[in-house]
Design a protein. Structure first.
Length: 95
């Protein structure tokens, strides 16, 4: 992202950091991926109990990532929750 961060991006970072902080205090192991390809590689190498992801990711969006996860027998049933600061009727209705 170039220029100043949008307020929604800043809010998402704060929300994400809060989610991580709360879960780390409970002893839950947190694994982070920055890009969609990194997430795919991690999901193919480990069995996660839950995936929290943004819709906007570098390399591919969250919808494409979930589609790839669902098409792979090893990750098809992995639960995914979108946690995102973006909302647009037009963007979501395209999917």
């Amino acid at each position: 992202m170039t220029g100043s961060p949008r307020p929604s991006a800043t809010c998402f970072c704060i929300l994400f950091n809060l989610i991580v902080e709360v879960h780390e205090k409970t002893g839950i192991k947190i694994v982070r991926a920055i890009t969609g390809n990194e997430a795919i590689n991690l999901c193919n190498s480990e069995q996660f109990d839950l995936v929290l992801m943004d819709i906007r990711l570098p390399e591919m969006d969250g919808y494409e990532l979930v589609s790839l996860l669902r098409s792979n027998e090893g990750t098809a049933t992995m639960p995914v929750i979108f946690v995102s600061a973006i909302y647009s009727d037009e963007y979501h209705h395209q999917r």
